[in-house]
Design a protein around this ligand. Structure first.
Ligand code: UD1
Ligand code: UDP
Length: 381
């Protein structure tokens, strides 16, 4: 029997954690005990609890209730809370997901007291250190003992940074093991697709017709906090909705909702509000999100997770960033990087809307990444 502590905190990592908890519950109940620590980075019900309830994640054993704050403040409080719990529980592994401040805090706390770190979604790089997430990923990877990369590109990035693919067990922070295992979010997309079909009423609730609407999400800090970028994005969405007479549904992250009044110019804000084709709604549950993703005609997003889910549900995607960690979907021409540039966004829209031969070959594993991770942890302990 091994004991793991899993850190969750922000929306995407709560959802990712469902895959591992499900694999443990279905296949490894006698071999793996999981203790879940929620940092409280996200705390609104629709950013946190809804996923725990809906996706079958065990209720967290601890909630540090750290909440929002500056990077330093938020991360520091998490480190203190996580360290205390790790000292008490003494797990065999600390499991971390992705690239948020909760990930970084877990990495710093565990590395200093020599608890082996398992990093799920290792090796992803934007090569843009202005992103807080890029700092978090690099620091977490370099403190980890077992690194699980969802893509071949991620695995290769690790090798380029000096990780030795020929390292042999026993692994440690000084002799880490790197693995290419597929994406736990692909596991989740496959598993929850049918459940979403049976349970979600989001299309009816919002009077959306299958194949006739565009889905958009915006939350990346360099888009929300920069008025030029935020205006360019909303102006593009407004114009697409008018030009194409298409409904655009935008489940808006609270970070963005709180900044619309401040950062959008008044004229654009009132045009957007008066545009019946634009539906700005509260963040939705994962089952509802899957229903939106699998029934829309296109996705426009700056989210890492949502751009990848666009690919999983065979939808074209406009990426509202200057680069992506998920380069495979751009290489397949299923997604276009348009940055927050109005011309590029409109050009990408016209290009993608007229393409009927998009291809979505399987690139993200076999839907069993979480099982592979559990087996590897057990085998190597
Ligand atoms: C964080 C992650 C980002 C990830 C995103 C997923 C970091 C540095 N960033 O960004 O990588 O893509 O989560 O959603 O960790 N807020 C609420 N209610 C909540 C949570 C947040 O109102 O439940 C608001 C607060 O005003 C807060 C702001 O959103 O200040 C930003 O939240 P924060 O967790 O700091 O960063 P995100 O932008 O969510
Ligand atoms: N998501 C959701 N409801 C929403 C918006 C996103 O369930 O209203 C899901 C989405 O399907 C994906 C994850 O949240 O699985 C992505 O999280 P987010 O965009 O917040 O962060 P990122 O992936 O960019 O770090």
């Amino acid at each position: 029997m091994i004991k793991i502590v899993t850190i969750i905190g922000a929306r995407p990592q709560i959802i990712k954690a469902a895959a591992l908890s499900r694999a443990i519950s279905n296949h490894f109940q006698k071999e793996i005990t999981e203790v879940i620590v929620h940092t409280g980075q996200h705390y609104d019900d629709n950013m946190s609890q809804v996923f725990i309830d809906e996706l079958g994640i065990p209720q967290p054993n601890y909630n540090l209730k750290v909440g929002s704050g500056s990077h330093g403040e938020q991360t520091a409080q998490m480190i203190i809370g996580i360290e205390t719990i790790l000292i008490k529980i003494k797990p065999d592994f600390l499991v971390l997901y992705g690239d948020t401040n909760s990930t970084l805090a877990g990495a710093i706390a565990a590395a200093k007291i020599h608890i082996p770190i398992v990093h799920i979604e290792a090796g992803l790089r934007s090569f843009n250190k202005a992103m807080p997430e890029e700092i978090n990923r690099i620091m977490c990877d370099h403190a980890s003992t077992l690194l699980f990369s969802p893509t071949k590109t991620g695995f290769n990035n690790l090798v380029k940074e000096g990780f030795n693919p020929n390292n042999k067990a026993p692994f440690s922070a000084d002799n880490p093991g790197i693995f290419h295992c597929g994406d736990v979010m692909y596991d989740n997309s496959l598993y929850f697709k049918e459940i979403s079909k049976q349970n979600s009423t989001i299309l009816n609730d919002n009077e959306l017709t299958e194949g006739k609407f565009i889905l958009s999400t915006i939350h990346r800090n360099n888009n929300t906090d920069d008025p030029v970028r935020l205006n360019a994005i909303f102006s593009s969405l407004h114009n697409i909705a008018l030009m194409d007479n298409t409904t655009i549904v935008i489940p808006l992250h609270p970070r963005t909702s709180k900044l619309l009044d401040k950062n959008l110019n008044k004229e654009l804000l009132s045009s957007v509000k008066a545009n019946d084709n634009i539906k700005i709604i509260e963040p939705v549950s994962f089952l509802d999100m899957i229903a939106l993703e699998s029934n829309c005609k296109m996705i426009v997003t700056d989210s890492g997770g949502v751009q990848k889910e666009a690919y999983y549900f065979n939808k074209p995607c406009i990426i509202l960033r200057s680069e992506t960690e998920w380069v495979e979907i751009v290489e397949q021409s299923a997604a276009i990087i348009a940055d927050a540039n109005e011309n590029k966004i409109m050009k990408s829209f016209n290009e993608l809307i007229n393409k009927d031969n998009l291809k979505f070959p399987l690139l993200f594993g076999d839907g069993k990444a979480a099982e592979f991770i559990c087996k590897t942890m057990l085998h190597l302990k």
